[in-house]
Design a protein around this ligand. Structure first.
Ligand code: FAD
Length: 497
């Protein structure tokens, strides 16, 4: 008997009684060889479990390979210490709780308390991190420098809620892209060297269930069905759903107007498999969304205004926070306003289409040129300049470091409007899981034998407002390890095959 067929897709849930031929058997079977899958495999092997990773591509080509290579880690890592930053797990947890949409305190505590040990573990696997600090506000450091501010730690109100510390740790790699691929190459080689078996070019299509327990996966390799039995558990680590237009339209339509980054295989199947088995997708309507207007960092001294000539966010926010605020402005209209003293072209990698609209001799001329309501921009800038001269921003509390009156003509405006500038993003919603990666049903009860980690699970990264670069790789690796370890320890089901 097969159940849960969706459209033309083969059944998502298959009764083990219908499977006569098992192609392979392992204690732990992992769907996907990205960051979460590799770390789950390593930890399951360390616990003595046999591991099969079923990967649909020929290699490691998931979103991890596209990642810049930031890991959000803190609490006093060797890099933080070497660079002279005080941090501790309590402050890290305080920040993560403050900034989260729906904080899971237990996971945040474990992640913060385990962060230094996790950093040490990554290094012990061979993932390189320099002992260096990149002080400028940037999206990704251009060189090998490690430590960078990647969140809203210094942004109001968070700077008053937890002692700020930089926690973005970039893999030592020259350039803005490639750190994730380097980390994954190292971790995947380690996993294979540790004895994990990789079944490449093998696409998981369904979960195999025996009674109430998940006992394997059904996959397809070069057109032929393959059944892989899991004695202890199956770990879903198959990525997000940004490349599934139906799921995007249903759950997070704002992404339909953005350029969705990441693996072409982010089809949401891992989430749909978990849901078919009784799991609960959460935060599916949230996404990482950004159109970074810095570097150069001086542009943070400009202001963002909407179609009413009003500011709406502290401009020194992490770019996905200013990004989501911008995308949600009326008609998506947003302009970055600068004066001659701070003028520069926004430049981050390929995201350079924040068009310079024009230069203007006066604020009144700029207001008319942008078709803003008469007097609106003039009032906003007069107010902003008056307070900035005193190093204050009573409306949005931009950090004094980024405050200066915008009073040196000529002025210029860049178009950051959603739908005109390029916004990029990826999905953040996923299966509700325990701190050990167990997939939970609506009542919070673990589904026997089923785990999830990485982009198909929901852990710390929940929305664009609270996102800090490095959280996805951080949690995919951290909770991926916990899922692999827990699955390895799960008592095996009495064999029936
Ligand atoms: C451009 C870009 C830059 C980023 N930079 C960062 C960063 O610096 N720091 C950070 O924290 N996050 C970053 N992210 C987010 C981060 O890369 C992802 O959240 C993370 O890599 C997800 O890891 P994963 O293991 O869950 O998924 P993936 O790395 O996508 O791995 C999933 C694997 O599953 C395989 N798979 C899919 N379907 C199947 C199937 N049916 N059967 C078998 N295998 C399957 C895929 O082929 C893939 O190998 C970035 C994302 C993008 C797009």
């Amino acid at each position: 008997m097969s159940t849960s067929r969706q459209g033309d897709h083969p059944p998502l849930l298959i009764d083990a009684a219908t499977v006569s031929d098992w192609s392979a058997t392992a204690d732990v079977v992992i769907m996907g060889f990205g960051m979460a899958g590799a770390c789950a495999a390593l930890e399951a092997r360390a616990a003595g479990a046999s591991v099969v990773i079923v990967e649909r591509t020929s290699g490691c080509t998931g979103s991890t390979s596209a990642a810049a290579g930031h890991f959000y880690l803190g609490g006093g890592t060797p890099v933080q210490q070497a660079c002279g930053f005080d941090d501790d797990p309590v402050e890290m947890a305080r920040y993560l709780e403050a900034v989260a949409l729906d904080p899971d305190r237990e996971k945040i505590r474990l992640y913060s308390e385990g962060s230094v040990a996790h950093f040490d573990w990554l290094e012990a696997q061979g993932v390189p991190f320099d002992r260096s600090y990149y002080p400028q506000k940037n999206v990704v450091q251009p060189g090998r420098e490690c430590l960078i501010w990647t969140g809203n730690e210094q942004v109001w109100p968070y700077r008053d809620m937890a002692k700020p510390a930089p926690r973005g740790h970039k893999v030592a790699f020259e350039g803005e892209e490639g750190g994730g691929a380097l980390a994954l190459r190292i971790l995947s080689e380690r996993a294979e060297a540790a004895g994990a078996t990789v079944m490449a070019d093998c696409k998981v299509e369904g979960l195999i269930r025996e009674g109430d327990r998940i006992v394997g996966v059904q996959a397809r390799r070069f057109g032929e069905p393959v059944h892989v039995r899991a004695r202890h558990g199956v770990v879903l680590a198959g990525g997000g759903f940004g490349q599934n237009p139906d799921m995007v339209a249903r759950h997070v339509p704002i992404l339909a107007s953005a350029y969705v980054q990441g693996s072409p295989h982010d089809d949401g199947l891992a989430i749909r498999l978990g849901a078919a088995a009784g799991g609960t997708p959460i935060h599916m309507d949230e996404a990482f969304l950004t159109s970074p207007f810095y570097p150069p960092e001086n542009l943070l001294k400009g202001i963002l205004v909407n179609r009413d000539g009003q500011r709406f966010v502290a401009e020194d926010s992490y770019h996905s926070r200013s990004g989501i605020f911008s995308a949600r402005q009326p008609d998506g209209i947003v302009y970055l306003i600068v004066d001659a003293a701070i003028f520069g072209y926004p430049h981050f990698a390929s995201l350079t289409n924040q068009r310079l609209i024009d230069g203007f001799a006066t604020v009144a001329e700029m207001e008319a040129g942008l078709a803003l309501p008469e007097g609106s921009l003039q009032a906003t800038m007069a107010e902003y300049n008056r307070h900035a001269a005193d190093g204050a921003d009573p409306d949005f509390h931009k950090h004094p470091k980024w405050l200066k009156p915008l009073d040196e003509a000529p002025y210029a405006a860049f178009d950051l409007s959603f739908g005109r500038a390029v916004y990029t993003g990826f999905t953040l919603g996923g299966l509700r899981v325990s701190a050990d990666g167990e997939v939970l049903d609506a009542a919070g009860t673990p589904l026997p034998g089923l785990y999830a980690a990485g982009a198909c699970a929901s852990n710390i990264a929940q929305d664009s407002n609270g996102y800090a670069s490095g959280t996805c790789l951080g949690e995919a690796s951290f909770f991926g390890r916990r899922a692999g370890a827990h699955a390895a320890r799960l008592p095996a089901r009495k064999a029936t095959a």
